[in-house]
Design a protein around this ligand. Structure first.
Ligand SMILES: [Zn+2]
Length: 112
């Protein structure tokens, strides 16, 4: 489960920021999770629940912001939402798409 390594890197980021801000506590952290990131939200929540104990995020409110996947068709330029990396364009049936949103998994903001 790579959600565990993602959870650990989120903790790393949080600890880095806390050190920089000289904070010994983080109130809340907002995490953007794209529909096309390949990360299963429930698995990540579970991984975080286990890994944050005793870390800077132990008492932190963790908020998740799902980002829907968006693609643009290279053939007809149609933009559409998708949760499938191998989607087919609903406009022209073409398969050459560029994913323009939804692949990210990142710490959006953090309150100390
Ligand atoms: Zn198309």
């Amino acid at each position: 489960m790579h959600e565990f390594s993602i959870a650990l890197s989120i903790i790393d980021i949080a600890e880095e920021i806390a050190t920089k801000e000289k904070a010994d506590q983080i109130q809340s952290i907002d995490i953007e999770i794209g529909a096309l990131s390949g990360v299963v939200l429930d698995a990540l929540k579970f991984a975080l629940k286990i890994t944050v104990e005793g870390t800077i995020l132990g008492e932190t409110q963790i908020n998740f912001f799902p980002i829907s996947g968006k693609a643009v068709c290279n053939d007809c330029n149609l933009r559409f939402e998708t949760s499938d990396l191998l989607a087919i364009c609903p406009g022209c049936g073409g398969g050459t798409l560029e994913i323009i949103d939804g692949k990210q998994l990142r710490v959006k903001s953090l309150t100390v």
